[in-house]
Write a protein that binds this ligand. Structure first.
Ligand SMILES: Nc1ncnc2c1ncn2[C@@H]1O[C@H](COP(=O)(O)OP(=O)(O)OP(=O)(O)O)[C@@H](O)[C@H]1O
Ligand SMILES: [Mg+2]
Length: 268
């Protein structure tokens, strides 16, 4: 059920299509051009790795010559044993780590070359849920969720309504005034998810988002990701739970001891 204050259909891809249509109408340009623009929106790559290498200091290559392209609206499972580099790969997409070599392109921008002043753009485009929730304990739950909206410059009433709706979406209604320290591990993880989705990013990246959750809550959270994915949000999720991910993901990026495999579906 969609919440009217937090309409999932207000997704970035739809916004682009609507903007393209109104612009064309204003300029009196034909439907063919509208179609071409929409097609461009649909077929453009959202994420591209070109010959990416990543090592820390003088250590071994965690990623070695990794190449892949992810289109808009794909649902990707990032798999592999502990220490294989799943979090590292997600951090490269989120711009939290630079590649040691190679190109990382996100929504048409080479983020390894992005100037520091362009970082807020990346924060708006990519919603990140990291392995540690990185919540701020000097403020209550709803203020944590409001943080990404501060950079967009929304008025207080709209921002407040969107933050409450995002909390409701992850099952945290009524917990708005709690300090994160008063919340369980699973609730903190769901709070981090609310903070990532509140800005309606084009890409959602989640690192083990169901690790602290029971089966029912894990399914509920995965359904939240699926709702966003179904309205065009590109979704990448690292997890050890292959059985759960098989219900949602269409493709797997598998890492293991420096080897990288791009696999359709989710292997057993
Ligand atoms: N900042 C860092 N400095 C040095 N080494 C690092 C750093 N971050 C990650 N590593 C190393 O890179 C390797 C891959 O780590 P990463 O966290 O990406 O693995 P992972 O697949 O996410 O594992 P897990 O399933 O346990 O979360 C590990 O050997 C780790 O020690
Ligand atoms: Mg990890």
């Amino acid at each position: 059920m969609l919440n009217t204050e937090y309409n999932l259909l207000d997704c970035p891809v739809r916004d682009q299509i609507v903007a393209c249509y109104s612009w064309s109408k204003t300029c009196g340009i034909s439907l063919a051009i509208i179609w071409l623009s929409v097609a461009h929106t649909s077929f453009a790559q959202m994420i591209e790795f070109q010959h990416v290498f990543k090592s820390f200091g003088r250590g071994r290559n965690i990623l070695a010559d990794v190449n892949f392209r992810i289109g808009p609206g794909e649902f990707i499972f990032v798999s592999g044993p502990s220490g294989a580099g799943k979090s590292t790969l997600l951090k490269l997409v989120g711009g939290l780590e630079p590649p040691s070599r190679g190109g990382v392109t996100v929504n048409g921008h080479r983020i390894d070359r992005l100037a520091a002043r362009a970082r807020p753009y990346l924060r708006r485009t990519v919603g990140l849920i990291l392995q540690d929730a990185h919540l701020l304990f000097d403020r209550n739950a709803i203020d944590n969720v409001l943080l990404p909206l501060a950079v967009i410059g929304l008025d207080r009433a709209t921002a407040g309504a969107r933050a409450r709706a995002a909390m409701e979406k992850v099952g945290l209604r009524g917990k708005e005034d709690l300090n994160p320290v008063e919340m369980s591990g699973g609730e903190q993880q769901r709070l981090a998810i609310a903070r990532a989705i509140v800005g309606r990013p084009a890409i959602l990246i989640a690192d083990e988002p169901t690790a602290n959750l029971d089966d029912t809550s894990a399914r509920h959270i995965m359904d939240v990701f699926r709702d966003f994915n179904q309205v065009g949000v590109t979704t990448l999720i690292a997890s050890h739970d292959t059985r759960l991910m098989a219900r949602y993901a269409q493709r797997t990026l598998h890492l293991d001891a420096g080897r990288f495999n791009d696999i359709p579906g989710v292997p057993e």
